[in-house]
Design a protein. Structure first.
Length: 95
């Protein structure tokens, strides 16, 4: 009976260790939901709406993103310089 309990606990431990490793691998993946905006860093986009009081919105990659950056009129070009959760941080391009 002791051998069976030892075997069963080993099987459960291996199963949960495997699940933990899969979860950690998924969190480190560049396509993880919390990292999805990082692929847009460096991309230039033209604003459809203005950035007012440091906040705005834009459509990028089939998704609507919140933007944070300097006040910028609609039609101006901005470059994505960073990501803060689901918010893209942008800087206005000269010109």
């Amino acid at each position: 009976m002791v051998w069976f309990a030892l075997f069963a606990s080993s099987v459960f431990a291996l199963y949960f260790w495997r699940e933990y490793r899969i979860q950690q691998r998924d969190l480190q993946s560049p396509t993880a939901p919390h990292r999805i905006g990082q692929r847009y860093i460096g991309q230039v986009l033209t604003l459809a709406g203005a950035i007012h009081e440091g906040e705005g919105r834009a459509k990028l990659g089939g998704r609507r993103w919140s933007l944070r950056g300097p006040d910028t009129p609609a039609g101006a070009k901005v470059r994505v310089t960073g990501v803060d959760g689901a918010v893209l941080i942008v800087d206005r391009l000269p010109g």
